[in-house]
Design a protein around this ligand. Structure first.
Ligand code: FES
Length: 124
């Protein structure tokens, strides 16, 4: 199987594996730009019943949001929270509503479900 091109969809997990508050982390495949660029990771979760995915990169310093695997949410489980300086992001839009990057946003990934599989697409 060939590695996906930048515009291709990348499978992440089965839709039925994405339940409740589970957050799935994955490496974003960028065969056109790697090696030579920093690897990027992403995370996928259910926002209500809607799958959403973002690049795991805080707009403040460009570092990953989480210290612990699968831990992205604040204590109330309402907002995505950066573990470094505590910025809060709306799960549905990625908009930063508090913290040092307020007014900025996470980079959203395209998400689709194809034959029961959740797929993401990253556009450079
Ligand atoms: S690195 Fe995320 S808020 Fe500073």
């Amino acid at each position: 199987m060939n590695a996906p091109a930048n515009s291709d969809w990348q499978p992440v997990c089965r839709r039925d594996e994405l339940t409740g508050e589970r957050i799935v982390e994955f490496r974003i495949q960028r065969p056109q730009t790697e090696p030579g660029t920093m690897p990027l990771t992403g995370f996928l979760f259910l926002d209500g019943s809607e799958p959403r995915a973002y690049v795991n990169q805080c707009p403040h310093l460009g570092i990953e949001l989480n210290w612990m695997p699968g831990q992205f949410m604040d204590a109330d489980n309402l907002f995505i929270q950066c573990s470094t300086h505590g910025a809060l992001f709306k799960p549905g839009t990625g908009d930063c509503i508090a913290g040092p990057c307020q007014g900025d946003a996470l980079t959203a990934l395209d998400v689709r479900i194809d034959a029961g599989e959740v797929q993401i697409r990253f556009q450079e």
